[in-house]
Design a protein around this ligand. Structure first.
Ligand code: GLN
Length: 310
């Protein structure tokens, strides 16, 4: 393996040379305020050594990267059977907030847990009678994995999401009408908005990714989720983690990953006894994935030879 810090530095500066493409998410007003020039990345190796560059310690909105944590907690709280009775595990060719398949598919179930409809259903399987109880379970999960006690959600982003969340509300009420989503719909939606608003750094994402590489174990050797769940996450991240951009991403990067419209991408590598990578660049491509984040990961996996398909 090449010198990791040198490789990260080289790739980072190559990416800075790229002519900036993409735009920050604007459909959530609070996210439109984020500086499009921010850019950072962190890689953590199996023994816990962290390599970072740029804005890798800057907090940003987790958004859909949280869908991985939602799925973990849903399975921990309600079990596989209940969760996967209501959510399929198939890739999508539609955008992350598409409503179309919910009606077109005979079983009305969301295609996978990493599109909005699927994550909203998974949120219903997280224990808690209030949205605050549900979000706190996700925050505790992230704290337990990362050891970062500062994890909170951003109230401004949450309010911004909740007040402009018509599409997610439509998805939830539609799924309620078909019997796929049960429970207090407003509580579930409110929890989903709060969870999307959790703030993390590249370092946090790298640590979560490492726990997925390490079959559910955190850096202190505590088992947070099972190896079966970790294996499932890697598979679903590979097939569904970048929404309708997952196929092209597999070719360009080749790591199980999950993106969010906050500009974060979290990637898992099984090379070198396991590594975790977190990247942040808020300008997005047309599929809602970080433009610079993908460019960075493509160059990094090529340089280090760590694509799954190598
Ligand atoms: N909070 C965002 C939404 O529900 C998350 C979407 C994303 O990151 N792709 O629309």
């Amino acid at each position: 393996m090449k010198n990791i810090q040198n490789t990260i530095d080289k790739v980072y500066y190559e990416c800075l040379e790229l002519k900036q493409k993409g735009e920050v998410a604007s459909y959530i007003p609070e996210l439109a305020k984020v500086d499009p020039n921010l850019f950072g990345a962190a890689l953590i190796t199996s023994n816990g050594t962290i390599y970072g560059i740029g804005d890798y310690q800057k907090k940003f909105s987790m958004q859909s990267v949280s869908k991985v944590c939602i799925l973990i907690q849903a399975i921990l709280d309600s079990g596989h059977e209940k969760v996967f009775k209501k959510v399929n595990i198939e890739p999508t060719s539609s955008s992350f907030n598409s409503i179309a398949n919910l009606e077109l598919k005979e079983d009305n179930k969301p295609l996978n847990p990493f599109i909005n409809a699927g994550a909203i259903v998974c949120t219903s399987f997280i224990k808690g009678d209030t949205s605050e109880e549900k979000v706190q379970r996700i925050i505790s999960l992230i704290k337990n994995i990362t050891g970062n006690d500062d994890i909170t959600y951003d109230k401004n982003v949450y309010q911004s999401e909740a007040s402009t969340g018509s599409r997610n509300k439509s998805l939830a009420y539609y799924m309620n009408s078909t019997g796929v989503l049960e429970g207090d719909i407003e509580v579930i939606l409110d929890a989903y908005f709060k969870i999307c608003s959790i703030e993390v750094t590249c370092e946090d994402l790298a640590k979560i990714a490492l726990s997925i590489a390490h079959n559910g174990m955190n850096l202190n050797g505590f088992s947070i989720f099972s190896s079966i769940v970790a294996k499932e996450l890697r598979a679903i991240m590979c097939l569904c983690g970048m929404y309708d951009g997952s196929g092209e991403f597999a070719l360009r990067v080749g790591l199980p990953s999950k993106s969010g419209v906050g500009g974060g991408i979290m990637s898992v590598s099984l090379d070198n006894d396991g590594m975790g990578i977190g990247v942040f660049g808020p300008s997005l491509d047309s599929k809602g994935n970080s433009y610079l984040g993908i460019a960075f990961l493509e160059k990094l996996t090529t340089e280090l030879g760590i694509s799954l398909f190598e």
